[in-house]
Design a protein around this ligand. Sequence first.
Ligand code: UD1
Length: 367
Amino acid sequence: MKMEEKLVLVTGGAGFIGTHTVVQLLKEGFRVSIIDNFDNSVKEALDRVKEVVGPALAAKIEFHFLNFDLFMVGSFFFFLQVDLRNKDDLDKVFAKSKFDGVIHFAGRKAVGESVEYPRRYFDNNLIGTINLYEVMAKYNCKKMVFSSSSTVYGQPEKVPCVEDTELKAMNPYGRTKLFLEEIARDISQAEPDWQIILLRYFNPVAAHESGKIGEDPKGIPNNLMPYIQQVAVGRLPELNVYGHDYPTRDGTAIRDYIHVMDLADGHIAALKKLFTPDFKGCVPYNLGTGRGTSVLEMVAAFEKASGKKIPMKLCPRRAGDATAVYAAVDKAAKELGWKAKYGIEEMCRDQWNWASKNPWGYQGKKA
Ligand code: UD1
């Protein structure tokens, strides 16, 4: 089978990383099917995906019709509102289509929320994924690209973080990612016909160059870049800089920010790897740039890209934050043939392009 004939199921396909990956999958010629429960995403995001890929691609992809809870989002991919915790619905999806592989993004990802409501994280992230494995096994679809996170490195004792160091979770969200990695390893150990790639994302930022799709968090953002963006467009008054006494070059914490389009391409590389005959087992890869950027450096780069001043307040450290986290990138380069292309200037340029075109996100300002 040629790569372009393959049908890929994308869970959480309406989300931030999901939408960008769907665009790249379609451009690569994959057929795509999306499920999402819209807990933290909106249907407008999928209309925008359609605008980004354009009518030419639309014409190449076949129609699918399902007789339950179906939203047609153009003619090029089919899409369902399905919650992974509902195994019967999931079974219906797999009964209708023969998927060649799954990219599994769906899940919750806010650290603070996970501390307050841990059962929400266990229910959503763990039960949802366990159901997915069950249904995949039933329909003999055994190729999976899983969204893991640099959170599995905890407070790293050594940087850059290499894939085979000991893993440690610091909060319920991190524990769900760690447990799900262990579950994947156990399944692959017991049933060698599974092929699973665990992608450990560092800090995904930026947006598609069109400015049509991007990150649109509900409520006050937890993460740095969406927060800076909302200060820049006037939705929030100032940025709280959490910690200015870290043992770093300017006292603020260091992270490995990665352009979401690089991340999307990392998924394509991983998926292609799963379709090579030599790939076996369950293998983790870091997706980062290998370069660390401090909070103040990021703010300066964003001010330059946007021409906006970002007022800042220096605050105490945020509980649980590490001093410096960045990726070792050799394994992904060597084995997946993937490397991040973009630096922080391009990340800030594309973040600002998305922000200035959509200051209130996909749905505009609510009255
Ligand atoms: C956070 C999560 C991590 C998750 C990742 C998803 C924590 C402790 N970790 O990573 O598990 O996988 O998001 O992208 O929440 N900062 C500010 N002001 C802000 C927001 C952030 O100064 O308003 C600083 C933070 O202290 C940190 C850096 O910016 O030093 C990056 O923060 P953030 O974007 O939240 O990412 P992480 O904490 O690295």
